[in-house]
Design a protein around this ligand. Structure first.
Ligand SMILES: Cc1cc2nc3c(=O)[nH]c(=O)nc-3n(C[C@H](O)[C@H](O)[C@H](O)COP(=O)(O)OP(=O)(O)OC[C@H]3O[C@@H](n4cnc5c(N)ncnc54)[C@H](O)[C@@H]3O)c2cc1C
Length: 267
């Protein structure tokens, strides 16, 4: 039994092609907006948030609000980037947040967690480690701190997991899976049978992509005090990452005992 910790890796996020954006804005007479918009390095060495810029771009596109006069109905436009995004949240104009997607690897997470994550459907994409293809030769497992502090529980739990691991290895040998010439379909069939003897808590991995609208909703739901302990931990990490990557779109959250509570819900 190998003791593991759930980890979150942000592996992909939006990258704007500012030259293409500029070319489009020249077409519609909105270059002034791009001049105001930060399109590269900020003075303090930080990078501008392409996710935030993309959301503002999509929002301004809706009303042709690059500058006053382009749409005769619009006399004033909001020039402050952060205030503009706050207003998007306040007005629940959340569809513009769907353009920015972030891809995470949730590593060393249990099947308890992955079963719950995949219940969130709109705005997500999922690729999960296949335990039909990937043979378990060990049972990696996460124990919360309170469990680690209980010696009798740990003794019994690790004993059980060691026994399950041993059974996995016994089955692989019994079925002759490592012998020469075993066809892959047979390996797959047996591996799928064998995974039935792994616990829900076995640590595995999932690639999870979600757009910002979905991230806002799932962070709230999955850090709620009523949510499961491991998923609260993982979504707390995702929330911290998102607040760093797109601060203006996550600034309205108040964190209370690990629960991320937004000012504007279900935008
Ligand atoms: C604390 C907690 C406990 C839970 N306990 C259980 C449980 O005991 N049993 C169980 O089965 N599940 C349980 N769940 C899962 C829960 O029921 C939802 O399936 C899951 O949280 C997905 O969230 P969502 O329904 O908001 O949908 P998402 O897929 O995240 O969708 C986001 C929003 O889009 C809208 N939407 C999505 N799909 C539709 C649709 N088809 N029609 C109309 N509107 C839609 C809804 O407004 C929805 O809230 C639990 C979740 C939490 C957070």
């Amino acid at each position: 039994m190998r003791s593991v910790e759930p980890q979150v890796f942000l592996v992909a996020q939006p990258a704007i092609d500012y030259d293409q954006l500029a070319a489009y804005l020249r077409e519609v007479g909105g270059e002034q907006w791009l001049e105001r918009l930060d399109r590269g390095d900020l003075p303090d060495g930080e990078k501008a948030s392409d996710a935030q810029n993309l959301a503002e771009f999509a929002g301004k596109m809706c009303y042709r609000a690059w500058e006053p006069g382009l749409n005769p109905n619009v006399r004033r436009v909001r020039n402050d980037h952060e205030a503009y995004l706050q207003n998007i949240l306040k007005q629940q104009h959340g569809s513009v947040l769907e353009h920015a997607s972030f891809t995470f690897v949730l590593h060393n997470v249990s099947r308890v967690l992955t079963h719950e994550v995949v219940r969130h459907r709109p705005g997500t994409a999922v690729s999960q480690e296949s335990l039909r293809f990937v043979r378990l030769d060990e049972i990696p497992f996460w124990f919360p701190d309170w469990a680690r502090e209980d010696p009798e529980l740990m003794k019994r739990a690790t004993g059980l997991l060691d026994q399950m691991e041993e059974f996995q290895r016994w089955m692989a040998q019994h079925f002759g899976l490592d012998e020469e010439g075993v066809p892959f379909h047979e390996k797959k069939e047996k591996t799928s049978f064998m995974r039935r003897f792994a616990p829900d808590g076995v640590a595995t991995g999932i690639v999870w992509t979600a757009n910002i609208r979905t991230l806002r909703h799932t962070i709230e739901a999955r850090t709620d005090p009523g949510a499961e302990e491991e998923i609260r931990l993982v979504f707390g990490k995702i929330a911290e990452i998102m607040r760093a990557e797109a601060p203006a779109l996550f600034a309205d959250y108040e964190v209370r005992d690990g629960a991320w509570v937004p000012q504007w819900r279900k935008v």
